[in-house]
Design a protein around this ligand. Structure first.
Ligand code: GLN
Length: 194
């Protein structure tokens, strides 16, 4: 694949910052706001952070839930960040919302507290040399609990998973688009090309 085209779900949230990060990481992107946009064909999908209640309602209103789920199940990779990670999860605690249910995890919304409890932390990359010294931005972030056996933990903070992968489904509980460090987007894109 030469230059991958990534469809960014653009119903609400941190859409422009992801488009910029993808561009800087060498990919093209386009916005998905309705079913017709999805028909443009994406090599990969991105679910941004924002407000998962609003995004979930938008997905249902636009009839995008099933088509997005089907695309990922057919093998199109997806990266969900923060609210996006919530929307990928099997189940949600603390104001549950309908989700895509593509990640075998329980997402606990606002698990670190309010907006005032937002923070930046260096991730523990475990066995993943790609993410050494990566500083992650957490904004009213969720935590991912009760991970299923197929979910691989790629990075942790305070002993909890913050970047996980289950096959083509990637989820970060933080905002990789808000820093100049492009390693999360790049690693996701590299796996598309390999
Ligand atoms: N707290 C938001 C939610 O539960 C997620 C916050 C974010 O994406 N930065 O939807």
């Amino acid at each position: 694949m030469s230059v991958p085209r990534v469809g960014i779900l653009a119903l609400q949230g941190d859409v422009e910052a992801h488009a910029r990060a993808l561009r800087n990481a060498g990919a093209q992107s386009f916005f998905i706001r309705c079913l017709e946009d999805l028909e443009q064909g994406a090599d990969a999908l991105l679910l941004p952070g924002g407000e998962s209640t609003t995004i979930s309602k938008g997905l249902e209103r636009e009839g995008l839930m099933d088509p997005l789920r089907d695309l990922v199940r057919s093998g199109v990779p997806i990266l969900g960040t923060c609210a996006g990670a919530i929307l990928l999860s099997r189940e949600v605690k603390n104001h549950p919302v309908p989700t895509l249910g593509l990640l075998d995890a329980l997402a606990v919304r606002n698990a670190y507290g309010t907006q005032l409890d937002s923070f930046i932390a260096q991730v523990d990359p475990g066995a993943q040399p790609e993410f050494v010294d990566f500083r992650a931005v957490f904004i009213r972030a969720p935590q991912l609990d009760c991970l299923g056996p197929e979910v691989e933990v790629l990075a942790q903070v305070q002993g909890r998973p913050v970047l996980v992968r289950q096959g083509v489904v990637w989820a970060a509980t933080f905002h990789p688009e808000l820093t100049a460090d492009l390693r999360i987007h790049e690693t996701f894109l590299n796996k598309l090309c390999s």
